[in-house]
Ligand binder design. Structure first.
Ligand code: SF4
Ligand code: SF4
Length: 78
């Protein structure tokens, strides 16, 4: 089963403060060129909003929160 809960960073909003990287103790983030990158999504704790709550720019969303929105809408159940 694929991992469904992990952070997604809006790179247009991110200012590189690294609050997310400094917050997370689960090795989800690394830093490249002064910017956070998600390198270990499997380490993210389901339902955790720790990094997103700290982000001053609202640049972090979570894949799992949008699961309903990306389901097929044609009625096929997919
Ligand atoms: S949501 Fe929690 S566990 Fe996941 S990356 Fe952010 S701080 Fe780490
Ligand atoms: S906390 Fe938000 S603004 Fe700061 S580095 Fe992380 S994603 Fe970017």
């Amino acid at each position: 089963m694929s991992k469904e809960w992990f952070p997604l960073i809006d790179e247009d909003k991110c200012i590189g403060c690294l609050a997310c990287y400094n917050k997370c103790k689960h090795s989800v983030y690394d830093v490249e060129n002064g910017r956070p990158v998600v390198v270990y999504r499997e380490g993210c704790i389901d339902g955790c909003h720790g990094c997103g709550n700290l982000c001053p720019e609202g640049a972090i969303i979570y894949s799992g929160e949008y699961k309903e929105h990306i389901k097929c809408s044609c009625g096929c159940g997919g």
